[in-house]
Design a protein around this ligand. Structure first.
Ligand code: FAD
Length: 321
């Protein structure tokens, strides 16, 4: 069993992302009674330490630096490598988010270590940690265990249940000095494309629209349904290509991979590249006027009919709940 597990917590706009707690829960499972250390990077982030401890970290290292305020490959790579060198963890865990996906392979290469990426589950059998990860665009799952070097893995958001916050847990939080230099990229300003709302990759409910929605205006009822259900709006590439919505909403092989509790596909045919991003959702509802549409093959509930009639009915009904 690893003596020390290091988890990189992810902060977005001054708040911890839920996937940080999920990754700590994975670390807790791997470490057992041994130590889980969380690394917090950013500027003025030390106040978040307590939350990490309440969710299962034993110790928090805070790397405060102006260059860590927003993610850049160079700065985060330098910070994480320095902390790994200081701490020598037996296991290193990162969220499988955009920053995590960018960072993990670079760290693995620098450490000359293997990497299990995009894990959705894990089990511990004695000293062996066995990860489950999707392959072939989510059509199958493989199990992998690490036999050599640091156990290094990234975790897909929304798959490992976070531990319930326990405010009686205590732990140490201390500053760790990191030297960030020779940056090739510096973030001057961050301009957000989408306004507020639930983060698509962490949403428990997603209403995704396709080309069948027919226009940007056609997406408005989808936003209303998402609001009623406390979810986020996503899209197929067909809808993005047709400029009904922004590419940041695209779900699929070349878009975001999501695993919500509820995925409502509206006017989406279910091309294999779209399924790659959503077929592991816990419950899939598909609305399509074509009864032969492939999306119905993966749907738990199939609503055959006109989306422009069905979506307003759903909004009306869910508003009553
Ligand atoms: P369509 O296939 O045109 O389907 C529209 C659906 O709406 C149809 O099933 C139709 O029956 C239904 N419909 C129409 N009107 C109504 C109505 N009034 N009521 C109810 N239903 C209605 N796609 C992605 O989504 N994500 C990706 O990441 C992605 N990556 C790709 C990568 C590569 C390399 C390639 C080649 C393709 C990729 N694609 C991706 C594109 C993918 O192949 C499909 O073209 C795309 O998913 C189709 O989008 P769609 O289902 O919205 O449109």
């Amino acid at each position: 069993m690893p003596e020390k597990v290091l988890v990189l917590a992810e902060v977005s706009e001054g708040e911890l992302r839920n996937v940080s707690f999920e990754t700590i829960a994975a670390g807790r499972k791997i470490a057992g009674d041994n130590e889980v250390v969380a690394l917090l990077c950013g500027e003025n982030v030390s106040g978040l330490s307590e939350d990490l401890i309440h969710h299962g970290a034993d110790r928090v290292l805070v790397a405060e630096n102006e260059h860590l305020k927003s993610y850049t490959t160079d700065a985060y790579k330098q910070a994480l490598l320095q902390v790994v060198e200081k701490e020598s963890p037996d296991a290193l865990l990162l969220p499988h988010t955009s920053p995590g996906k960018d960072l993990a392979p670079r760290i693995a290469a620098k450490l000359n270590n293997g990497l299990v990426s995009d894990a959705v589950d894990l089990e511990v059998d004695g000293d062996e940690v066995i990860f489950t990860r999707p392959i072939y665009s989510g059509k199958a799952f493989e199990k992998k265990s690490v036999t050599d070097g640091v156990i290094f893995a990234t975790f897909r958001p929304n798959n490992i249940p976070p531990l319930e916050a326990d405010s009686s847990r205590s732990g140490d939080a201390s500053t760790v000095d990191v030297e960030i230099k020779d940056l090739r990229t510096v973030i001057k300003d961050v301009v957000k494309k989408t306004s507020g709302g639930v983060d698509l990759s962490e949403a428990n409910v997603i209403i995704a629209g396709g080309r069948g929605v027919k226009s940007a205006e056609g997406f408005e009822p989808l936003y209303e349904l998402a609001d009623v259900l406390g979810g986020a709006v996503g899209a197929s590439r067909g809808a993005c290509d047709a400029e009904y919505c922004d590419y940041s909403l695209q779900i699929g092989q070349t878009g975001k991979v999501v695993t919500p509790d509820l995925y409502i596909a509206v006017g989406i045919s279910g091309a294999i590249q779209h399924l790659a991003g959503m077929s592991n959702s816990k419950c899939i509802v598909a609305i399509n006027k074509d009864a032969e549409s492939p999306i119905f093959d993966v749907a738990d509930y199939s609503l055959t009919g006109d989306l422009f009639e069905i979506v307003p009915l759903l909004i009306e009904e869910f508003k009553k709940v």
